[in-house]
Design a binder for this molecule. Structure first.
Ligand code: HEM
Ligand SMILES: *[C@@H]1O[C@H](CO)[C@@H](O)[C@H](O)[C@H]1NC(C)=O
Ligand SMILES: *[C@@H]1O[C@H](CO)[C@@H](O)[C@H](O)[C@H]1NC(C)=O
Ligand SMILES: *[C@@H]1O[C@H](CO)[C@@H](O)[C@H](O)[C@H]1NC(C)=O
Ligand SMILES: *[C@@H]1O[C@H](CO)[C@@H](O)[C@H](O)[C@H]1NC(C)=O
Ligand SMILES: *[C@@H]1O[C@H](CO)[C@@H](O)[C@H](O)[C@H]1NC(C)=O
Ligand SMILES: *[C@@H]1O[C@H](CO)[C@@H](O)[C@H](O)[C@H]1NC(C)=O
Length: 328
């Protein structure tokens, strides 16, 4: 065998092996530079037009990426529609009637397929879209390595509820969920800053407004004037459950550090938001981000890159879906 291989050819084979080991299975900033040179342009336009039509879409697209990554890894599994034989993540409680923006991803994917068929994963589109949504809302922009592939499986309904943080659980539990994804306490605090844009339905914080923990009183860590506002949006009746209040009551469409400044005034909307001030370590981070917007911008980008890397599929794993809603 070996005798048949010339020395230069063996050297070439070794080189090829080393290249594939180095290059094959990791994300790369230039991943689509040659295979889909107009990708960034197409994504940029798609996100811009979606937000021009509906300002809240910036927030919704950011959250879509988070909910994809925390269940079954960043693999586009959240985008899969249920069928008679397949039950995915979309209809799980934290997602149904809550996650928005699937049509925006479809529209961008369809334009990307026209320019470069079967080349760009839905997962990478979601990651690029969330980055651009933050940028267009006035937030930071960060370098994003690409090359994720789309999953051929999804998390179960139970996994969605178990792995995504809930606004009703204590900080320690939320931190444990982040830690299990390779993120840390700082990531919890920084990424919670995403709540500087977007809206929450009343049922996600209503327990704070009227009879907190069975006390007969509102949550003592909720500012009195914000309490009045929230009670007027969310009266104490079941039919107000799906009404919407901004997560950052001061600058709800602007991606800035006001979220952290609000927490210092007892003006976090979710119990899990205000809880960041109930722990000395996270409180000191909140104070830092409230003082230094640039620090928040920089750390947010870094934590987003970490989140975008959770359990990604690369190389020969997964696939490049043609339609983000169905496995090929
Ligand atoms: C730390 C634990 C977190 C909890 C408990 C939490 C909880 C929630 C809840 C309950 C809502 C309202 C959903 C609804 O009413 O339908 C919400 C909205 C939102 N979340 Fe989080 N979240 C967390 C972390 C994150 C992270 C890490 C991000 C992104 C990096 C994020 C981005 C958003 C955005 C942008 C919205 C508004 C979405 C819209 O208006 O469509 N959240 N979150
Ligand atoms: C990129 O878009 C430009 C127009 O904006 C077009 O002329 C060009 O052909 C596109 N390139 C590719 C490779 O699709
Ligand atoms: C614009 O936004 C509305 C919701 O605010 C949505 O119903 C509609 O489909 C959007 N139109 C386009 C073209 O995206
Ligand atoms: C928090 O986690 C603990 C331990 O895993 C669990 O027993 C408890 O039920 C959780 N609390 C909430 C409110 O989910
Ligand atoms: C927070 O407090 C500062 C000064 O104490 C004030 O200027 C700001 O309006 C307050 N924000 C809220 C949400 O009450
Ligand atoms: C947290 O800070 C408070 C007040 O600054 C202090 O009394 C308390 O001992 C601190 N707790 C811990 C665990 O460091
Ligand atoms: C907050 O910033 C100060 C410096 O301004 C630094 O010493 C401290 O470690 C920071 N706190 C946290 C929790 O990062």
């Amino acid at each position: 065998m070996e005798k048949n291989l010339s020395k230069p050819f063996s050297v070439f084979l070794l080189w090829l092996l080393s290249q594939s080991v180095l290059v094959c299975c990791q994300l790369d900033y230039k991943f689509y530079d040659y295979t889909c040179p107009n990708l960034t342009k197409i994504v940029t336009y798609g996100v811009w037009s979606a937000i021009a039509n509906d300002t809240r879409m910036a927030a919704s697209l950011l959250r879509l990426h988070f909910h994809d990554c925390f269940v079954n890894g960043c693999d586009g599994s959240l985008l899969l529609d249920d069928t008679s034989t397949f039950k995915g993540e979309k209809t799980a409680l934290p997602n149904i009637n809550s996650v928005r923006g699937y049509e925006v991803i479809d529209a961008i994917k369809s334009n990307v397929e026209k320019a470069c068929p079967s080349t760009v994963s839905c997962t990478d589109i979601v990651a690029m879209v969330s980055r651009h949504a933050v940028y267009l809302a006035g937030g930071p922009y960060w370098a994003l390595p690409l090359g994720r592939r789309d999953g051929r499986t999804a998390g179960s309904v139970d996994e969605v509820s178990q792995q995504l943080p809930s606004p009703f659980e204590p900080l320690d539990n939320i931190t444990a969920k982040f830690t299990s994804k390779g993120l840390n306490l700082k990531d919890v605090v920084v990424l919670s800053g995403a709540h500087t844009i977007g809206f929450a339905q009343c049922f996600t914080f209503k327990s704070r407004l009227f009879n907190f923990d069975g006390s007969g009183n509102p949550d003592p860590t909720l500012d009195a004037s914000l309490l009045q506002n929230l009670r007027s949006v969310c009266p104490n009746q079941a039919d107000s459950d799906t009404k919407l209040a901004p997560l950052d009551p001061i600058t709800s469409t602007r991606f800035d550090n006001t979220y952290f400044r609000n927490l210092l005034n007892n003006s976090g909307v979710l119990q899990s938001d205000q809880a960041l001030l109930g722990d000395n370590t996270t409180a000191s981070m909140v104070i830092n981000y409230s003082r230094f917007p640039y620090l928040f911008s920089r750390d947010f980008g870094a934590s987003m890159v970490k989140m975008s890397n959770i359990d990604v599929l690369t190389g020969q794993n997964g696939e490049i879906r043609k339609n983000c809603r169905v496995i090929n």
